[in-house]
Design a protein. Structure first.
Length: 128
């Protein structure tokens, strides 16, 4: 169990359900307002499971949540490279020069990262 009582496999299942419907999955609130390290730890864990955000119970939690869930420049570069390679392969699975295997779920995740960052990704191979 996660410190808030969430079952990790249940949380991962929610992410999978969201991805299957081309939705952004969000983690629930962290109710301890005076525990910023706990909020950060829980948000980082939620992001590692594939969530794209976290609900806040109070505005002072937003800075940590934004910090954890805002895609980095490196992630955005990766996402664009994934979509470029996927488009060049006409929406078929492809292996990147670094050995990473790209298929539709990976391309969809890259597309959602760019959308989250306010960038407009290509529509090649979109599932939604």
């Amino acid at each position: 169990m996660i410190s808030d009582g969430t079952c990790p496999s249940c949380a991962a299942g929610r992410v999978t359900q969201c991805e299957g419907r081309s939705l952004f999955g969000y983690s629930g609130v962290y109710p301890r307002l005076d525990d910023e390290p706990g909020l950060r730890q829980q948000a980082e864990f939620a992001r590692s499971l594939g969530f794209f955000g976290k609900s806040a119970v109070h505005p002072r939690q937003l800075e940590v949540i934004h910090d954890v869930f805002t895609p980095s420049a490196q992630e955005l570069t990766w996402a664009q490279a994934v979509l470029d390679a996927f488009a060049a392969a006409d929406g078929n699975a492809v292996k990147l020069p670094d050995g990473e295997f790209i298929d539709l779920p990976v391309a969809d995740r890259a597309r959602r990262l760019l959308e989250l960052a306010g960038q407009r990704p290509a529509d090649v191979g979109a599932s939604g």
